[in-house]
Design a protein around this ligand. Structure first.
Ligand SMILES: [Zn+2]
Ligand SMILES: [Zn+2]
Length: 415
């Protein structure tokens, strides 16, 4: 299938809004413009000439200027001059300097010898300038549009953040903290747009894979029946908003992918049909902008750095030794965090190094190392887990004491 059709189809399938479609790269129209460039070259009889240098530059106010440099023979030169003057072209014909005699080249040129290409024609064509100006303007408009759209997304996420914050205040009656935590936990584990386990960890560039994972995520949420447990109706609205937002990321990713592809393909087609080498030059002009937007990546980043962290996840508060919540948390000099029980046990074994970084900081340990504010925070946000761990600890302590005392009893008996 031709790319123009594939592009159109992708925009339709993804139900891209009409104002987005308007701002998309007009691949089909640009393709027609390439024919005009070819016609112009044919009219001047320089089609198929070997282009020694092709220049595109922005002169001012985003106005584009192109220059074509081709070596020509004296016969072509004589024929062209009339034609170019009649059509009021901007051009320059200069003799090609030979390295061996760079002073009086003009006098050496035999006007009847057309076997050597002895002149360089530098010409600003009309149709290729139009083509690149249109393409450049389209890229500019698209960038501006993407930037504006991203601002709308940001505002939406910010408002979600503030509403979720108020719905999940731990001490408030009927808060939805635990339900939102479950939802976000499943979301993080689903690795929809970003992967940690795959061989190529990082942003997932496969939109279909992201879409599949997203659908699976919402299916999982439905299966858990978490939504029925919401205390606040507002939570349900925000959840719907979150769902829409995620599908919008898929939409935007598709939109960005196909627009980028359209620019790439049209440049390739232009070079193929005109025999110019414009692709890298034009790409570098676009890349020179410092505000290229990648909305899908930016939105995902905001979700990850602003929205998800609103609800603390237990994984961030685990002791690396016992792998459960680190109560009472001790912050070592090296800044690593453990639960007090695990460190006491290490000390009993006369261990003096941090199990993570091996810094010798266990011996200087005092009660002052207890991170009181963090402990309070844990009790507030993870009351269930903290209680469980405390009970487990006290059971263990009792066991230890029993062991010690039974050891004493044995000793007594032996005695
Ligand atoms: Zn521990
Ligand atoms: Zn350490």
């Amino acid at each position: 299938m031709k790319f123009a059709k594939v592009f159109q189809q992708a925009l339709n399938d993804e139900q891209i809004p009409s104002d987005w479609i308007e701002k998309a790269i007009q691949y089909k129209q640009l393709k027609k413009r390439i024919n005009k460039v070819v016609n112009e070259l044919e009219d001047l009889n320089i089609y198929n000439s070997e282009v020694s240098n092709y220049e595109i530059e922005i002169i001012n106010n985003n106005k584009l200027h192109t220059n074509l440099n081709i070596p020509i023979t004296s016969i072509t030169k004589n024929r062209l001059i009339n034609q170019l003057n009649n059509s009021s072209y901007n051009y320059e014909i200069v003799p090609i300097n030979d390295d061996n005699n760079d002073n009086d080249t003009t006098s050496d040129i035999n006007p009847f010898d057309d076997s050597i290409e002895s002149y360089n024609l530098k010409i600003s064509l009309l149709e290729d300038t139009k083509f690149f100006q249109i393409l450049y303007n389209e890229v500019e408009t698209l960038e501006k549009f993407k930037f504006e759209e991203e601002e709308i997304f940001k505002e939406n996420i910010e408002s979600m953040c503030s509403i979720i914050s108020t719905l999940t205040i731990p001490n408030k009656r009927n808060n939805d903290l635990l339900i939102w935590r479950q939802i976000f936990k499943i979301y993080i584990e689903s690795e929809i747009f970003f992967s940690t386990v795959e061989r190529m960890a990082g942003k997932i560039d496969n939109i279909d894979l992201s879409r599949d994972r997203l659908i699976l995520f919402f299916k999982k949420i439905n299966e858990t029946k978490l939504l029925d447990k919401f205390h606040n109706k507002q939570s349900l609205n925000i959840y719907q908003n979150f769902k829409t937002l995620n599908f919008e990321i898929i939409k935007v990713s598709t939109y960005e992918k196909f627009n980028n592809l359209a620019v790439k393909k049209i440049l390739k087609k232009f070079d193929k049909n005109t025999h110019f080498h414009s692709k890298d030059i034009f790409s570098s002009i676009i890349r020179r902008r410092d505000d290229i937007t990648n909305i899908s990546l930016d939105i995902y980043y905001i979700i990850n750095s602003k929205l998800l962290p609103i609800i603390p996840q237990i994984d961030d508060y685990l002791c690396p030794i016992c792998c459960s919540i680190a109560i009472k948390p001790i912050r070592l000099k090296c800044s690593h965090l453990f639960c007090i029980r695990c460190l006491v046990k290490l000390r009993r074994k006369r261990e003096d190094k941090c199990p993570l970084c091996r810094e010798e900081c266990l011996l200087e340990l005092t009660v002052n190392n207890l991170d009181e504010s963090l402990y309070k925070y844990m009790k507030l946000y993870f009351p269930v887990e903290v209680k469980e761990k405390e009970m487990e600890n006290s059971r263990e302590i009792i066991k230890e004491q029993m062991g010690e005392s039974s050891g004493n009893i044995n000793k007594c008996l032996i005695m």
